[in-house]
Structures are given as C-alpha cells and as structure tokens.
Ligand binder design. Structure first.
Ligand SMILES: [Zn+2]
Length: 258
C-alpha cells in the first residue's frame, strides 16, 4: 500500500519515493504526495524524475529521466499514470528512487476551491437546511449540487456575502482522524456526511473549520479525504456566478475564486 502523504502533508510539493511496481504506463510508489482523483477533486499533475547516473552530461545535456504525471487514480492503491518527457524513453525501473514534484499551481487552486466548497456546504445547511448531494471542482470554478427547490438571487447574494465573511475571518482549517464510533457519538452525522460513507470505513478523516474566536465551537466538521488550505483567508474572494436546476429538489450553484 502506498503511504498517502497528501492526506497529512498537504502543503508539501516535493518528495522522494521508491518504485514498488510498474503496470504498463502506471507506477505504484511506496509513498506519494500526488492526490488521486476523488470526492469531486481532480487528480494532481506534476513530474517524477530520476538521475540517470551514467555521467552522460556532454553539451550540458540533462542526465535526468523525467515523466509527466498526467493522471492519478486510486485502485487497490495509488496508480500514477506517466508519459515520458522529451529525451526520456521507457518507464522507471522497479526499486528506483524517484523525485516527485507536484504542479503546485494546480494543486493550490484545488485546495482553495475544496475549502470554499466546505464553507458553502455548511452555509447551505445553516441558512436553508439544504444538504450537499454532489460537487465538482477544477482550477477555474466549482459547482455544488444541493437538495433544495429553488434558490433566488437574494439567497445567492446572502451565501456569497457569508462565504466572504468566513474568508475575511481567516479561520483555521485543520484535519485529523477520528474513529467512526466516536464520530457518530459526538458529531452531527448528517452534517459530517458520515451517513454517506460505506460501513467498511471505520476511521474517518475530519476536516474542521474553526469558530470565530478561540475556544468557540468549530464552524464546521465534515468527513473528507481531499486536500484543503489551512486558513480560510487563503481561499480568496468568492463570486457566486449562478444557479441552475438539476431536477426536482436539486439545485446547482457555481462559484469562482479570484
Ligand atoms: Zn474536503
């Protein structure tokens, strides 16, 4: 099993790892910072590289083999899909030590959008009793589906204003694990979306957005395995860009970050 370091070291972008297995154009590493697509958050991109060590640096040529990580998927473990960069042929060797580097601009955008989505989900519950039933984010915008009949312009303006207040508050965002029994006994299971998780999951990762003063109850706690920024101020200004209906009792809200 690949150690999923993206879950704990969410602010790190460079790492070393050993190749456990090669499966055609996919590599399995002993540890990774690359986030596999899931929970509405796209996969990380970036590179993996290895020093060739053949001393072939004539004419300043690069003695490094490099692969672009073009997709990351979680199967039995994390699969990184590779494409050789210019000048590299073949795939990494099993047992080799590689240096991984994330496309940080992409990941940072995903972390900001994902954190913003938590704020929006919490506000929709607080203000409209509307549960989040789906979400998808990108580097450019995000959308969230909520169980609700119809939001009007005033509703959207309220949500946007409240989201920006939470951003201005610079609330801390933290993540930690909690066993399911404790979580079910102490947290609001609907709010944390624990009720959506398969029974087989016995340890939960909770993402917590802090209250507005130290010692206050948290603003929100949700079970989530994505990556997030560590303060709401990193989200930046939120613009709610619209809504559409997705059928009865299902509204889709789209938003962008500056
Ligand atoms: Zn999340």
């Amino acid at each position: 099993m690949t150690e999923p370091r993206y879950l704990t070291a969410s602010s790190e972008r460079r790492f070393e790892a050993t190749v456990d297995r090669m499966l055609d154009d996919r590599v399995v590493l002993d540890t990774t910072l690359f986030y596999p697509e899931g929970g509405g958050q796209p996969a990380d991109h970036g590179t993996l590289s290895v020093e060739r060590g053949d001393g072939d640096e004539k004419d300043g040529a690069d003695a490094t083999d490099r692969w672009r990580v073009v997709d990351v998927q979680k199967r039995d473990t994390v699969h990184h899909h590779l494409e050789p960069a210019a000048g590299t042929t073949g795939m990494p060797s099993e047992g080799a030590t590689l240096v991984g580097e994330l496309d940080w601009e992409r990941r940072w955008a995903h972390m900001r959008y994902h954190t913003a989505q938590h704020l929006l989900s919490a506000l929709l519950l607080d203000e409209f009793d509307a549960k989040t039933v789906g979400n998808q984010l990108s580097t450019e915008y995000a959308r969230l589906d909520a169980a609700y009949e119809r939001f009007d312009d005033e509703d959207l303006a309220l949500v946007e204003r409240r989201m920006n207040e939470l951003v201005d508050d610079a609330r801390p965002v933290e993540w930690y694990t909690m066993d399911r029994e404790t979580a079910e006994a102490t947290l609001d299971t609907e709010r944390t979306r624990i009720d959506l998780l398969p029974e087989s999951i016995t340890e939960l990762r909770i993402v917590e957005v802090g209250g507005d003063a130290e010692g206050d109850d948290p603003f929100d706690r949700t079970a989530c395995a994505g990556t997030h920024v560590s303060t709401t101020s990193d989200v930046g200004t939120v613009r709610v860009t619209g809504r559409t209906t997705q059928g009865r009792e299902r509204e889709r809200i789209t938003f962008e970050l500056d």
